[in-house]
Design a protein around this ligand. Structure first.
Ligand SMILES: Cc1ncc(C[n+]2csc(CCOP(=O)(O)OP(=O)(O)O)c2C)c(N)n1
Length: 557
């Protein structure tokens, strides 16, 4: 067997039956091996989409996603998707082609130093120089990507390594990964200390991050929250870690968080952060973030603890295993403050009902929620559309809300939805995007059509790079510089030209029905939704404390 065959065999052994990629000259051996292999290859229309799709697949399924790109421009086109997945700790193995080993470093045609380029944006990267090393490197790549704090591993594949022979003994070799031993089981003394602190506090709050979802700990989180009667705020990545229609859910915290949540966290005297990296979007001004709270931080990555926010009780461990220990050790003492916090959250009922044309984004989110079920997977893009969703949309299940939280990558939503739909073929998948982000990846409608993926794409079309325009309005004296997107293509016709159904919804009440019909038909549909570009998203100015919200929250009378 040659290197390519060995590689594909290893992918299968590691549980991969689907890959997202785009071929090129140095990958000809690999694509030839794929020709009669039962791993399904999804041919995207741009490599960035391959990485986002692998990432969306990973986030939805919990398995490691795999993407492939050729050397040089193929590899550089993957970079944004790699960085996006890595920032959000999504397990992805990225396979890149490389020129043959004899000409590495000669400025050969389509040569780029992928290892150096991806070093700072991956968890690890490898370049096998001999075919016999390829199998153990692939096993190591999966192991590193999918354990500890998950992330991206690049394997850069020189063409001759793909061509040369690999024997059965090579297939059995195991790489020794000295020094890579993530701690999953937390120190029991720290757990006991945390419990004592929680019980001695009067105003405890849990802050759940994406780590809860990544470690499949949502069930344990909910159990612990109910047992202790402590309400849960989430970061953007933590959306779905607790059913957001349950009264113990306080919703989103931070720059675009709910006012009641930002106030509750600011007032709390004990903050139990789980799988959360305290990003600037979540904390605002760090010195005024939960200033009176004793802070407990549970995280699998010791490097995260104390990195952004000083921590009183560090607990290194996997969220699921640690929450299980917390539940076992806790007893049944319930917190008292929660009812007050919950009442305040209940009193804050954001207004979403607007009977206006153009549609208000809040109305759009309301109708989306009415059209779908708790298991529908939604992916958002980046910009106002993302934050309207983050603030108003109630996520009810883990792994059903996909969003580029760390890198903030426009163009994420549509290809991530492709990965999600492939991971969950029977589930409904909705991609939400702005007109700017949609235009960055709209070519992927061809992929959606080719593979018959029934994704429903909602374009919140404000004819602006809305989020940036909003900052220009608020902080740059309304000097709208290069953020008006005109002329915008006719998205209905664009969709139709790709063989995808196109619809336009302009009136309140119609969106729900249109989404419903599209989902029922199981036919890919793009819905162009002209929305009011003047509706401003309330926010905390960057670097300010999270109680300082500017812009008016419209609350139900
Ligand atoms: C690849 C990329 N380029 C630029 C940005 C900076 N950026 C953040 S939000 C935004 C505007 C997004 O506009 P649109 O997609 O129309 O969504 P909206 O904010 O209007 O919902 C821009 C340009 C980004 N996040 N990603």
């Amino acid at each position: 067997m040659n290197g390519s065959d060995a590689l594909l065999k290893k992918l299968k052994e590691n549980g991969t039956d689907i890959v997202f990629g785009y071929p090129g000259g140095v990958l000809l051996p690999l694509y030839d091996s794929l020709y009669d292999c039962d791993i399904k290859h999804i041919l995207v229309r741009h490599e960035q989409a391959a990485a986002h799709a692998a990432d969306g697949y990973a986030r939805t399924s919990g398995k490691t996603g795999v993407c492939i790109a050729t050397s040089g421009p193929g590899a550089t086109n993957l970079v944004t998707g790699i960085a996006t997945a890595q920032m959000d700790s999504s397990p992805v193995v990225a396979l890149t082609g490389q020129v043959g080993t004899p000409i590495i470093g000669t400025d050969a045609f389509q040569e780029v130093d992928t290892i150096s380029i991806t070093m700072p944006i991956t968890k690890a990267n490898f370049q096998p120089r001999k075919s016999k090393d390829l199998p153990e490197i692939i096993d190591a790549a999966y192991h590193i990507a999918g354990t500890g704090r998950k992330g991206v591993v690049v394997v850069d594949l020189p063409k001759d390594v793909l061509e040369a022979d690999v024997n059965e003994d090579d297939m059995k070799k195991v790489m020794k990964l000295e020094g890579y031993k993530p701690t999953t089981k937390a120190n029991i003394k720290q757990i006991k200390k945390a419990i004592e602190t929680i019980k001695n506090s009067e105003k405890p709050i849990i802050l759940a991050g994406g780590g809860v979802i990544l470690s499949d700990a949502a069930g344990e989180l909910f159990e612990f929250a109910k047992l202790s009667n402590i309400a849960v705020a989430t970061s953007l990545m933590g959306k779905g870690s607790i059913p957001e229609d349950h009264e113990l859910s306080l919703g989103l915290l931070g720059m675009h968080g709910l006012e009641s949540t930002n106030n509750a966290v600011t007032d709390c005297d004990c903050l139990i952060a789980i799988g959360c990296r305290f990003s600037d979007r979540t904390t605002g001004k760090v010195s005024e973030f939960a200033p009176n709270a004793t802070k407990i931080h549970i995280d699998i990555d010791p490097a995260e603890i104390g990195k952004n926010v000083p921590i009183d009780i560090p607990i290194v461990g996997d969220a699921k295993i640690t929450l299980r220990s917390l539940i076992e050790e806790y007893g049944d003492e319930a917190a008292n403050w929660t009812s007050e916090v919950v009442e305040k959250r209940k009193a804050y009922v954001p207004k979403m009902n607007f009977n206006t044309v153009p549609l208000k984004p809040q109305e759009v989110i309301k109708e989306i929620m009415e059209a779908i079920t708790p298991t529908t997977i939604v992916s958002t893009d980046v910009g106002q559309n993302q934050m309207w969703m983050a603030h108003y949309y109630k996520t009810r299940n883990p792994r059903t809300f996909l969003s580029s939280g760390g890198l903030g990558t426009m163009g994420y939503s549509l290809p991530a939805a492709i990965g999600a739909q492939i991971a969950k073929p029977d589930e409904n998948v909705l991609a939400i995007c702005g007109d700017g982000g949609f235009q960055m990846v709209s070519q992927e409608l061809a992929t959606i059509h080719e593979y018959d993926l029934p994704i429903v794409t909602c374009v919140l079309n404000n004819r602006y790079l809305g989020m940036v325009a909003q900052w220009q309005v608020l902080y740059y004296d309304e000097r709208i510089s290069q953020t008006k997107l005109a002329p915008t293509p006719d998205f209905v016709k664009l969709a139709e030209s790709y063989g995808v159904r196109g619809e336009r919804v302009e009136n309140p009440g119609e969106l729900k029905e249109t989404i419903h019909e599209a989902l029922k038909s199981r036919e890919a549909t793009v819905i162009d939704i002209p929305i009011d570009p003047n509706e401003l998203l309330p926010m905390v100015p960057p670097g300010e404390k999270i109680t300082k919200i500017v812009g008016e929250y419209k609350v139900e009378e």
